[in-house]
Design a binder for this molecule. Structure first.
Ligand SMILES: CC(C)(COP(=O)(O)OP(=O)(O)OC[C@H]1O[C@@H](n2cnc3c(N)ncnc32)[C@H](O)[C@@H]1OP(=O)(O)O)[C@@H](O)C(=O)NCCC(=O)NCCS
Length: 179
């Protein structure tokens, strides 16, 4: 784990979004297909998790694990021979967690037509220490208007994730108490 100097207030210094933004590219082959002959959604999900994991590790300067993956959207089928680009960046940071946004683009590997967006996802990563316990992450510093919009939207998703978790936990507790 990289040692990170603290600010005078004892906080981790902020890191700009661009410091960890990453693109992972991969050509789809016959081993990536589902029973219908197009690329298996799970292959794209793994690439999204890999790219987001690299971003989370870079931003937090150490190990980070996937806590959740949501709103995975597949807009278009991906085909064998597509060159897939998975673009990931930290959208938002909490105390020990980060939301990473992922955009999936595809283009034919041997044609010069522009890549089109085929999917997207949001993943929450928790930075962990040597014992697997959550550790603080540097606050992300959005650098432009798009980054600021993504930060604000991530806060909305965070609020909904926590509310949903709490509501389900409360419902289960009340059902257990009643039985
Ligand atoms: C993720 C993990 C470290 C969280 O540990 P925990 O003891 O529950 O710790 P906390 O409740 O303090 O959560 C840590 C942070 O993650 C966030 N978090 C945890 N679970 C979450 C979820 N399901 N959705 C969104 N955020 C989540 C918390 O809000 C907290 O963020 P914050 O500090 O920025 O407020 C732990 O559950 C874990 O190790 N899970 C397995 C991860 C893994 O192996 N992933 C790969 C799967 S193969």
């Amino acid at each position: 784990m990289t040692h990170q100097a603290l600010t005078a207030e004892g906080e981790l210094p902020g890191k700009p979004t661009s410091a960890s933004r990453t693109t992972l590219s991969h050509i789809m082959t016959g081993s990536d297909t589902n029973l219908y002959g197009t690329v298996h959604g799970g292959v794209i999900m793994k690439l999204a998790d890999d790219a987001a994991g690299a971003v989370a590790g870079r931003h937090s300067a150490g190990p980070a694990v996937t806590a959740s993956m949501d709103e995975m959207v597949f807009l278009e089928p991906v085909r064998v021979g597509d060159l897939v680009h998975v673009k990931a960046q930290v959208n938002w940071t909490g105390r020990t967690s980060m939301e990473v946004g992922v955009r999936v683009l595809a283009e034919r590997w041997n044609e010069s037509t522009p890549a089109s967006q085929v999917g997207s996802a949001y993943l929450v990563f928790a930075a962990i220490d040597e014992e697997g316990k959550p550790r603080p992450v540097p606050p992300v510093i959005p650098e432009n208007d798009q980054d600021r919009r993504r930060y604000q939207e991530a806060q909305i998703r965070r609020t909904h994730r926590l509310a949903r978790r709490r509501a389900i936990r409360d419902l289960r507790a009340s059902r257990t108490a009643a039985s």
